[in-house]
Design a protein around this ligand. Structure first.
Ligand SMILES: Cc1cc2nc3c(=O)[nH]c(=O)nc-3n(C[C@H](O)[C@H](O)[C@H](O)COP(=O)(O)OP(=O)(O)OC[C@H]3O[C@@H](n4cnc5c(N)ncnc54)[C@H](O)[C@@H]3O)c2cc1C
Length: 392
């Protein structure tokens, strides 16, 4: 029997899930609330554990064509820009993990994935906002704004951190404001051509703040993320337009390179960063979740989308092996739970590590990353994992 699936959410996780499920013989449709498949302009880093899946799904050449392959990720000091740690990427990643490390513009990436989904014959309905999901004896019913109802043998909630599907199957639980707020923006490369910026992923760490920058869109744009700490997020929206003057003031004493980059951010977006503690479970009957819907994390391991992509591959593999949907979902969840919880924990740990005030702890951190890497002592565990086989 062919399984009929409805994927709620056409972000990175939902689109990769659609591709992977289609390949596993599932009859899949995607329902996206936005009027078009797209993503707010900003960058995304794709580590080898994610590009390995994109390769297996046949989309890596198209992703490479819109991406930048960085040479290294670097960690630098906040005030003088001194290099603390450099980890080779580029050919070194391919040699170590048989998959590249790439930087992409999220809009470009979602466009490539959307094209691949359509080329695979998967219908994508836009303007379809899911308002409820009712798990049944067999399958589930998805309800949309406007009253339309659809039934499916499998419903996948790939609808992000404020997931309606999660709410429908597990009940209300607000995401936690982490106290971190990110200013994000893209700068045309020619506007920063005079600065000493190369094709690296660079994290500059300072007391209570950090700044990340890297090139995307084949090198035409510099993606910048500046994170500061705030006591509360009182605005209704979890994204907002940031005040460039507030951003400049927050980084006033920093390395002149950072200040020059920030001066070029004329209309930064301001994002409150939320996360959740790991859930015990995230499936009910024929309904499951993936990506930020079930394990949202701070972006400090650059792994949120990568974990959503891994989820998609594992979910499809479980469905390929077993057309008993609830049994396949139980296996999927068991295979994904501990790994994603550990990545959530790594990301949260970096929130503290990246923002240490100058002093003994910062000195110990800098000494440790000088002989390791700045991102995580678990890099091998993160990048070598093959969700297609479950093995490192
Ligand atoms: C500043 C920042 C930097 C980051 N950098 C990285 C990085 O470098 N690498 C990395 O791997 N990750 C990174 N992440 C994390 C990454 O962006 C997320 O983990 C990833 O986008 C999650 O994908 P998703 O498909 O699960 O959810 P989303 O991308 O949130 O997509 C959810 C989709 O569902 C749709 N939707 C929502 N509700 C409904 C509904 N009711 N009905 C229908 N559709 C609905 C939305 O419109 C959206 O299209 C970063 C995040 C932030 C904030």
């Amino acid at each position: 029997m062919t399984v009929r699936a409805a994927v709620v959410g056409g972000g990175i996780g939902g689109l990769v899930a659609a591709l992977a499920l289609r390949r596993a013989g599932v009859d899949v449709r995607v329902f996206e609330q936005a009027p078009a498949v797209g993503a707010v302009g900003a960058g995304i880093q794709l580590a080898p554990n994610a590009t390995r899946v994109l390769d297996a799904l046949g989309v890596l050449p198209a992703v490479r064509a819109i991406a930048v392959e960085p040479t290294a990720f670097e960690f630098r000091r906040w005030d003088d820009g001194r290099l603390l740690s450099a980890t080779p990427l580029g050919a070194a990643m391919v040699a170590a993990y048989a998959a590249p490390y790439l930087h992409a513009h999220r809009g470009d990436l979602v466009a490539v994935l959307g094209d691949a989904v359509l080329a695979a014959g998967v219908p994508v309905e836009v303007g379809a906002r899911c308002v409820d999901v009712l798990p049944g004896e067999r399958g589930a019913e998805v309800r949309f704004a406007g009253g339309r109802r659809e039934t499916a043998d499998l419903v996948v909630g790939a609808d992000g951190i404020h997931s309606l599907v999660r709410h429908a199957i597990l009940g209300a639980a607000d995401a936690r404001f982490t106290g971190h707020v990110a200013f994000r923006g893209l700068i045309p490369a020619e506007r920063v051509a005079g600065l000493p910026l190369t094709h690296t992923s660079t994290v500059r760490m300072g007391p209570g703040s950090h700044c990340v920058h890297y090139f995307v869109s084949s090198g035409r744009l510099l993606n910048v993320v500046c994170v500061i700490e705030e006591d509360a997020w009182t605005r209704e929206s979890w994204t907002d337009h940031g005040d460039p003057a507030e951003l400049r003031a927050a980084f006033a004493g920093w390395d002149p390179v950072v200040r020059a980059v920030i001066d070029e951010l004329s209309a930064p977006l301001k994002w409150a960063l939320f996360d959740r503690l790991p859930f015990d479970r995230w499936s009910k009957g024929a309904v499951t979740l993936l990506g930020d819907a079930c394990h949202p994390m701070l972006p400090y391991g650059a792994q949120g989308a990568a974990q959503a992509i891994e989820d998609a591959a594992v979910l499809a593999a479980c469905l390929r092996d077993d057309s008993d949907v609830p049994a396949a979902l139980a296996r999927y969840e068991a295979l994904r739970h501990d790994r994603t919880a550990r990545v959530q924990q790594i990301s949260r740990g970096n929130a503290t590590r990246f923002h240490l005030p100058d002093g003994p702890e910062q000195e110990a951190r800098d000494a440790a990353i000088a002989v390791g890497n700045g991102l995580s002592p678990d890099l091998e565990w993160l990048y070598a994992f093959d969700p297609l086989t479950g093995h490192a």
